[in-house]
Design a protein. Structure first.
Length: 148
């Protein structure tokens, strides 16, 4: 028997509400089919540039890259995150401060979490057990999500 979820009676959400609520993350896989990362879905952000949504092709190139270096999250302040790598510290931003804060808290909450930075593709990865949460990080000032 298929479970259709809770009954809402006359307060049932519209199909648009359900779609928006259910799409919370995008999963990215390598060409071999191995899961390599997830990124928060941003249904109201149509932009695929640094600091905004991550396009599947961009994510795939990034996860296959050999340019990843270990990173340490130093601080999160609203849209901004400060990280440190062997090359020094850098400050970047994300359009979604809630997901940024939650991702930054993971290393303190779970054992064996690895934080990695790929400067070439401007992606921060917070990884545990072989799968990571991906964050596209922009330089300079935060740019708004057009269409939101």
């Amino acid at each position: 028997m298929m479970d259709h979820g809770p009954s809402f009676g006359s307060n049932a959400p519209s199909s648009e509400d359900i779609l928006e609520r259910e799409l919370v993350a995008l999963s990215f896989t390598s060409p071999s089919g191995r899961a390599v990362g997830i990124a928060p879905a941003a249904p109201l952000c149509p932009m695929y540039v640094a600091g905004h949504s991550i396009h599947a092709i961009h994510a795939r190139h990034a996860v296959e890259s050999t340019d990843w270096v270990p990173a340490r999250i130093v601080e999160v302040d609203g849209h901004y995150i400060e990280c440190e790598t062997v090359k020094g510290r850098f400050r970047r931003w994300s359009h979604n401060p809630v997901h940024l804060r939650r991702g930054a808290e993971v290393p303190a909450l779970l054992p064996n979490v690895e934080v990695l930075w790929c400067e070439r593709y401007y992606i921060l990865k917070v990884e545990s057990d072989g799968i990571g949460q991906l964050f596209s990080l922009g330089e300079g000032e935060v740019s708004s999500c057009k269409g939101s």
